[in-house]
Design a binder for this molecule. Structure first.
Ligand code: ZN
Length: 283
């Protein structure tokens, strides 16, 4: 059994497990992986324990630092559903200036700084600053309230596994599938078009100014500039219910459509009998 370390640094509210371990590593003058292996000799990376910490590992890390296993688990993403993993970045993608902690040594990393479904800091409620441009912000400002609702839906799913008729993180991934616009665009740049644009048309205008859009159901973490569109899309689909999925099917073709139908048909088929879809208003 690993003996407890003589000095334990307190974790910060919402800190990431690897950040807390790395701060101990700095304190003891070893590498972060060496620090982790003091309690878990078989560990291969800090990222792995952030994402998929087992109860047995939590118990051993808790013993090493002399804290409760519950605290250790709360610092990791181990409780998140698997689909949330795609939305968790490997390094900070946003930082709240108000909640940046000034502790000696390396800057701590908060879990929220890796969460690709957030537009606001969970600790103070401030919107994350988007350093790139305010253009997206302006174009998407009518969707701000819906985006906040979407953020809450995604967060409740990721952190507490709360699902509605369809898992919110799954809705977000589906909305990043390609769509065929009608009428076809003159420039033929079909790569720009996502299902999300059928619900949040202002997204098309934002993407029209970009030269690439490397985001998809596999890579669903959008930059802060366009993330409100995805969050609003989730809220709108969630509110409208399954008939909206049927509408979205009409924007797709070929294998892409087949994949979408396969993922959603069990929701759409019984829904058709429920009546016409609700209006696509912002909620
Ligand atoms: Zn904050």
């Amino acid at each position: 059994m690993t003996r407890s370390l003589p000095v334990t640094l307190p974790s910060l509210p919402g800190e990431l497990l690897s950040s807390w371990i790395s701060r101990h590593a700095d304190f003891y003058g070893v590498t972060p992986l060496t620090m982790l292996r003091h309690g878990l000799p078989e560990a291969v990376s800090l990222w792995t324990i952030d994402l998929s910490l087992t109860n047995a590992q939590a118990n051993r890390i808790a013993g090493m630092f002399g804290v409760s296993p519950k605290l250790v688990r709360s610092l990791s993403f181990a409780g998140a559903p698997k689909v949330a993993h795609r939305f968790i970045a490997k390094s900070p993608i946003q930082r709240c200036a108000r909640c940046t902690h000034s502790v000696a040594g390396r800057l701590p990393i908060l879990q929220s700084e890796l969460q690709g479904w957030r537009i606001t800091c969970p600790h103070c409620g401030e919107q994350y600053p988007d350093k790139t441009t305010r253009e997206g912000d302006r174009a998407l400002s009518p969707y701000r309230a819906a985006a906040r609702r979407g953020e809450t839906l995604l967060n409740n799913h990721a952190e507490r596994r709360v699902e509605t008729w369809l898992a919110p993180l799954e809705i977000a991934r589906l909305l990043l599938m390609r769509r065929i616009p009608w009428p076809p665009p003159r420039d033929g740049d079909l790569w720009r078009y996502r299902l999300l644009g059928a619900i949040v048309p202002d997204l098309d205008a934002i993407l029209a100014r970009q030269t690439s859009f490397p985001y998809s159901p596999k890579h669903p973490i959008l930059p802060l500039q366009s993330r409100p569109a995805l969050l609003a899309g989730v809220a709108i689909v969630n509110h409208a219910g399954p008939p909206m999925l049927k509408m979205l099917q009409g924007h797709m073709m070929g294998d892409n459509k087949n994949r979408f139908v396969e993922a959603t048909d069990h929701l759409v088929t019984p829904a058709i009998e429920w009546g016409p879809p609700q209006q696509f208003q912002l909620i």
